[in-house]
Design a protein around this ligand. Structure first.
Ligand code: AMP
Length: 194
C-alpha cells in the first residue's frame, strides 16, 4: 500500500521522565520512522525524549526537521546534528510549521508542553481544520489519566463522541505506524461529518 504519510510530527517531553521504557519508546520511534522512510518533524531540541527521538532517527539514517523558537535555543539546547533546523520567532509559529510539515502526529510521554501540543492539534481537528491522524502512544499506560479526562469531557456533554474518535490511543510504535498509514481516509470522513 502506498504511504500517504511522508512526515510525522512527534510531540514528547523535553525531560526523560521516570520510567526507562519512555526512553526506549523514543528510540523505537526514531528507528521506526527511519526504517519506514518517514521524515521526523519535532521541536528541534537536544534534551530529554525529544533529543532521543532525533538521535535515534539520525543514527538509523532517517531525515529530521527540527523547529525551535529563538528564545528556546539555549534552554532546550538546539540539536546540532539536525540538517534542517527552522528557527521561529514564537511558539505559535513553531506549532504552525510543525503542523503544516506533518502528515500525522504521534504523542509520546511528556509534560505540560506535550499536553498543549496534543490538545491544540486535537482541537484543530475537532474544528475541521485538518484530518491528519493523531496517535497517542500509551507507553506503560502513561496516558491513562489523559484519556480518562478526554472521556469525561464526552460523558459530561462537553465534547461530541465523534470528536473523541479523532485521537487514537495505541499500545506501541508498530501500531502507531500501521494506524497512521490506514487512518487518514477514515479521519477525513469523520471530520466531514462534523
Ligand atoms: P514538555 O512536555 O513540557 O517537556 O515540553 C515539550 C515541548 O513542548 C518542549 O519543546 C516545549 O518547548 C514545548 N512547549 C512547552 N510549552 C508549550 C506551549 N505552551 N505551547 C507549545 N509548546 C510548548
Amino acid at each position: 500500500m502506498p504511504s500517504t504519510v511522508d512526515a510525522v510530527a512527534v510531540f514528547c517531553g523535553s525531560r526523560f521522565g521516570k520510567n526507562p521504557l519512555y526512553k526506549q519508546a523514543a528510540q523505537d520511534v526514531g528507528q521506526t520512522l527511519a526504517k519506514a522512510g518517514i521524515r521526523l518533524v519535532y521541536g528541534g531540541g537536544a534534551h530529554g525524549l525529544m533529543g532521543v527521538v532525533a538521535d535515534a532517527t539520525l543514527s538509523a539514517g532517517g531525515a529530521v526537521t527540527g523547529v525551535i523558537p529563538d528564545f528556546l535555543e539555549s534552554r532546550e539546547k538546539m540539536h546540532e546534528g539536525v540538517a534542517e533546523l527552522i528557527v521561529t520567532d514564537s511558539m505559535h509559529t513553531r506549532k504552525q510549521i510543525m503542523f503544516s510539515r506533518a502528515d500525522a502526529f504521534w504523542i509520546l510521554p511528556g509534560g505540560f508542553g506535550t499536553f498543549d501540543e496534543m490538545m491544540e492539534i486535537l482541537t484543530w481537528k475537532q474544528l475541521g481544520r485538518h484530518s491528519k491522524p493523531i496517535m497517542l502512544i500509551n507507553v506503560a499506560n502513561w496516558a491513562d489519566t489523559l484519556l480518562a479526562a478526554l472521556d469525561a469531557a464526552v460523558e459530561q456533554g462537553f465534547a461530541a463522541p465523534t470528536a473523541r474518535t479523532m485521537i487514537q490511543a495505541v499500545p506501541d510504535i508498530e501500531t502507531a505506524l500501521a494506524c497512521s498509514l490506514s487512518a487518514e481516509k477514515s479521519d477525513r470522513v469523520a471530520v466531514e461529518q462534523l
